[in-house]
Structure formats: C-alpha cells, structure tokens
Design a protein around this ligand. Sequence first.
Ligand SMILES: Nc1nc2c(ncn2[C@@H]2O[C@H](COP(=O)(O)OP(=O)(O)OP(=O)(O)O)[C@@H](O)[C@H]2O)c(=O)[nH]1
Ligand SMILES: [Mg+2]
Length: 353
Amino acid sequence: MNTIERSLKKFTTRTEEFIVNKCTPTKINTPRRIHFDSKSSTSDDDDRDNTLNIDSKMEPLNKQESLYVISLSQQIRTKFLSKPFEFTLMVVGQSGLGKSTFINSLFPNISADETCTTESIVSCPETTSIQTSKYKLIENDVSVNLTIVDTPGFGDYINNSDCIDPIENFIDEKYEEYFIAESSIYPRNIIDQRVHCCLYFISPTGRAMKQIDINFMEKLHRKSPIIPLIAKADSLTKNDLSKFKQKILETMDSVGIQMYPFPDAPVDNSSLDQYRDLKSRIPFGVVGHDSFFEKDDQSIRCRQYPWGMVEIDNLDHCDTKAFSDLFIKHSLVDLISRTADFYENFRAKKLLE
Ligand SMILES: Nc1nc2c(ncn2[C@@H]2O[C@H](COP(=O)(O)OP(=O)(O)OP(=O)(O)O)[C@@H](O)[C@H]2O)c(=O)[nH]1
Ligand SMILES: [Mg+2]
C-alpha cells in the first residue's frame, strides 16, 4: 500500500468507528472506500467485499496518480497568510510592577511607551491612562498587526475598586465594535481589535495573593483569556518563588479563577518534554530587562544590581524566556480562537437584550 492508500485506510477505519459509536439502532451501511488499483491490492483482499469504488463507472485511479488533496494544506496556509494576523495584548496590574518594562522585553524591537528606550537603559515613565500602540511585525511571509494596550497601574488609593472599570469597559467596547462590524453588510472586512490576551501582573509578595489581585482577576477572567505573571520575580528567592507559585495556583483554584490553559502540546516539532518543562513553570515569575552586557560577542539582556545581574533569557534566573516561548511560539493563534469563545458569550447576551 502506498502512503495515500494507508491514510485512506486509516481514515475509513476511523469513519467506521465513528459510525459504530455514534449511530446505534439503524442499519450501518458499509463505508465506501475509494479503490485505487484493484490489481495492486494484496493485504486488503480479505475485506474486498467491503471495498466499493466511489462510482462504479469511474475509472479506478492509478496507484501513481495523486489525489492532490495534499495541496489543501498549502492552499489553506496561503489563504491564511494573505491577510495579517490581528493580535491585541493588554497588560494589567498594580502600579510600578514593571508592566511597561516587560512589554519591551517580550517584543524587543518595540516599545510599550513611546518614551521608553529599547536600545540600552530602559526606563518607562508612569502610565497614567490607557495607551494603545500599534506595531507591524513581519517575518518571512507572516505578518502580525500587534496592538499593545498598556493600562495605568492601580492600588495607590484607599479604595481601588473602581480602577478596574475603565479596563473592563475597554474590553467590552472592542467586543461591541466587533459586534457592530459583524452585523454590517460587508462583515468579511472586519479588523479584529478585540483583546486577545490580558497579562495580569501579580505583586511579588511571596505570601498570599493580595485581595485586590484576586478581585481584579475574578472580573477579568470572564472577559478575556488571562495569564497571571509574577512581577519582579528577581525580588524573590528561588524557594519563595516556588512556594508563592503554589499558593497562587491554590488561591485561583479555590476562588474559581480560570487562567488561559496553554496548549497541551507544542504546535511545532519541539520536544514534548521540553514543552512540558516550560509549562511546569506556570505561573511565570518574570523580569524585565533594563540593560545589556556583552558575552561571547552576544548582547545579553539583563538587570544589573550592585551584587550581580539577572539575565532575563536565562531559565535559571527567571521565567521570562519560558513565558515568551510558550506565548509567542505556541499560543497566539489559540488565543485568537479562545477570544472568539468569550465574544460568543458577549454576543449571546447582546442578542438576548
Ligand atoms: N526589580 C525589578 N524592577 C523592575 C522590573 N521591571 C521593571 N522594574 C522597575 O520598576 C519600575 C517601574 O517600571 P514600569 O515598567 O514603569 O512599571 P509599570 O507597571 O508600567 O508602572 P505604572 O505604569 O506606573 O503602572 C522601574 O523603575 C523599573 O526599572 C523587574 O523585573 N524587576
Ligand atoms: Mg506603565
């Protein structure tokens, strides 16, 4: 059997299983099997009775001929890549946790705040309003229109409960805009500006999660896929960080906050063990870089202290690289489709209003 015959056999077997499992009382018709070359069939001879030509008048395909369905994958790829991907990333958390700095580390060639520098010493002024910046990322034939939504930090007031409102409203407004565009005469030209992921920065207390973080995440996880990040992880020892991670997972579980579940397996051919190793670091303890140093002709991104430095791409120092690999290499498309699920809830409510 050649490869195509083998795949078809597998497909037919699965179809049979499906029919058997899903439809019970009715008479099961023998699944029709495309017959390639009757003379060449050897191991299939036993079940020849079950084998029907798709159309008895049709000439059987020669073994060497291709069905060309294989080209579908290329066609799908070309069609998908003909338009840029739209991706909107929002950063949320208390003030001064390094949100703006971290964005510069995640996408090294862009700056969350136009006044931040990305070349050498990174220093971001306080974010005082919701700032939206747009970037075009192009690599080979893939292009992404990236929108970064940098939000002002909260937690500086005695009552911070209202601080979440502008952030929630922003997410809803984007759903609303999408809803209106979708109901228009030409819905195919919609530019998707919905928030596809919300990075929530948790204060590195090392003890229990702050109530404000719990309250805010409880609200946000219903609106958009959220990924909690432990900010300024360099301020915690290895031991404290690992206990804090455990504590965060327990708290989120007990209050029912659902974070974005990263895909179970890598989408490329990276090793499953390595992928699982990266995932085992959730919730990621991240560090944003503020400078570079030269090592073996390479520029290493780091934070410098009087006692030494934290290399942000070194997995022994922090989880920044683990997060950026999982996020950018494996999750962007999945996040877009998860956002569609959140949007469906919004849309259903809207239609019932
Ligand atoms: N120790 C440590 N300090 C950091 C880290 N990232 C940023 N900082 C410092 O924290 C301060 C605040 O950084 P920003 O990136 O402006 O923080 P932010 O969360 O955007 O602040 P707001 O916009 O005010 O909410 C700056 O002095 C940064 O240098 C980090 O990973 N570790
Ligand atoms: Mg900021």
